[in-house]
Design a binder for this molecule. Structure first.
Ligand SMILES: Nc1nc2c(ncn2[C@@H]2O[C@H](COP(=O)(O)OP(=O)(O)OP(=O)(O)O)[C@@H](O)[C@H]2O)c(=O)[nH]1
Ligand SMILES: [Mg+2]
Length: 448
């Protein structure tokens, strides 16, 4: 990815798209400190638009000296963009959608729509659309719909709606007219209640699955990270699998799991997850919380980073904020391993520095998921993690409880055994984390 927004919009223009042409605006508010450069932020917003195959006709950074309650953007900027939209229309290349890469109040959204004569969505709306287009599993679809409805309900503006898709349209584009969208709050409220109930059902089933998995208690290794960091590529590389990995923001939405045999012969369950992004809509975080619980209960959490990305530090901070939000302390939780990916894109001093940093830290490695370079360092850390902390425990198991006995033999090392009439008294070398699965399969465990 280059950093020039113009070249980016050009490359994206060549994409086949029948979803419409979009103008992407990234407002920069004066006096507001941001970690990322405006250019990088604009580029990310263009990437988000491309993620649902919108044709990005133009992309621009818009300076905002004084945010206006009515429109966010200033009068001059609005005029300028409105003229651009008008010109495009006259040239027969109408712009159907304006994406404002910022939070907009319902009023601001409405007023901008009037000023531009085009649909306007904000960052939250765009991300919700991507998730809506991407969700494959029933649960994923329900989660996105719940997030969208909650968002709509909170705004009382229905200029675009996920419900349109239910009627065969595609969200804000080419869907039925607004007059058909006269769903009142109560209707939305009812739908929310219904979805929540459905989600509960789906989750109960998933909970059962998780329990079943906990009975085959291989440690679960979850991949987390910023979108496009290379989680799915690493997943494929480790699992010899072929899941969708693409230079596309939010390529993965539904979590995927595979059993993987490490070179040492140890088995783990590898779990690919949805990527994170800065300013992730809170509605989405809430809706996806249950999915992210898979991460909370994982034995090892691999934080995959695109170490070659110019915003890699800001991305790391965003991911760590979400992990913290999930109750995982990225600094102290021993389950978190930092994986600096894409080292094939680095050379010289940069590469040296990344390798040295990984080397120094006990819980980090640097590799390339694409080339497989230094993948062994990750496997080594995983093996270390799984043998580390074995303790000798004494357990009394009833003879009748064959399942538990078999489980202990399979997952620990039984170093001593004495039988009496009712019980087997065992001495087992086992990791406390593994042992915890016996008592509470699939339950969250406090960080050791
Ligand atoms: N050069 C290089 N590219 C990589 C590497 N790993 C992944 N990529 C590329 O980065 C892009 C994103 O990879 P994905 O594996 O889809 O990323 P992800 O983290 O799963 O992204 P989301 O599912 O969208 O959150 C793809 O174009 C990959 O080919 C790497 O080690 N080196
Ligand atoms: Mg992915």
């Amino acid at each position: 990815m280059g950093t020039n927004p113009n070249t980016d919009s050009k490359t994206i223009e060549t994409r086949q798209s029948n979803l419409g042409r979009a103008l992407v605006l990234h407002p920069v508010l004066r006096g507001v400190e941001t970690v990322r450069s405006p250019e990088a932020s604009l580029e990310e917003a263009v990437g988000l638009a491309a993620a649902i195959e919108l044709e990005v006709a133009q992309a621009a950074i818009v300076k905002v000296n004084q945010p206006r309650p009515a429109t966010l953007l200033g009068g001059g900027a609005i005029e300028q963009q409105a003229k651009l939209i008008e010109d495009a229309r006259e040239a027969g290349e109408a712009i159907d959608l304006v994406i404002v890469d910022h939070l907009l109040t319902p009023v601001q959204q409405r007023n901008l729509e009037t000023a531009f004569g085009a649909k306007v969505i904000d960052r939250t709306g765009l991300i919700l659309e991507i998730f809506g287009a991407r969700a494959r599993t029933h649960e994923g679809q329900l989660q996105v719909e719940l997030a969208s409805l909650t968002y709509q309900k909170s705004r009382l503006v229905r200029s675009w709606t996920h419900l349109e898709r239910q009627r065969g349209g595609f969200g804000f584009l080419g869907g039925p007219g607004e007059s058909q969208l006269e769903l009142d709050r109560r209707l939305i409220g009812n739908r929310i209640v219904k979805i929540k109930r459905e989600l509960d059902d789906v989750r109960r089933t998933r909970g059962l699955h998780r329990k079943a998995r906990a009975k085959v208690p291989y440690p679960v290794v979850a991949l987390v990270g910023y979108t496009n960091a290379g989680k799915s590529t690493l997943f494929n590389r480790m699992a010899g699998a072929d899941v969708f990995a693409k230079n596309l923001l939010f390529a993965t939405l539904d979590p995927t799991m595979r059993q993987v045999v490490l070179p040492s012969g140890r088995k783990v369950i590898l779990s690919d997850t949805v990527g994170f992004i800065s300013d992730l809509p809170t509605h989405l975080v809430a809706a996806f919380r249950a999915t992210l619980e898979e991460v909370q209960s994982a034995d090892i959490i691999l934080h995959v980073r695109d170490i070659a990305h110019p915003d890699t530090e800001a991305q790391k901070a965003d991911v760590e904020a979400i992990l913290t939000d999930l109750g995982i302390d990225p600094e102290r939780d021993p389950r978190v391993v930092e994986v600096s990916n894409k080292i094939d894109l680095l050379d010289g001093a940069e590469l040296e520095a990344v390798l040295a940093r990984a080397e120094r830290s006990g819980n980090a490695c640097a590799l390339s998921a694409a080339t497989g370079e230094r993948l062994d360092t990750l496997f080594r850390i995983l093996d270390e993690r799984m043998t580390a902390g074995r303790e000798l425990v004494e357990l009394d198991v009833e003879h009748g409880d064959g399942a538990t006995l078999a489980w202990l033999y399979a997952h620990g090392e039984v170093v001593g055994r004495r039988d009496d009439d009712s019980h087997a008294h065992l001495q087992v070398a086992i990791e406390p984390a593994t042992l915890a699965r016996l008592g509470h399969p699939g339950q969250e465990r406090a960080a050791a």
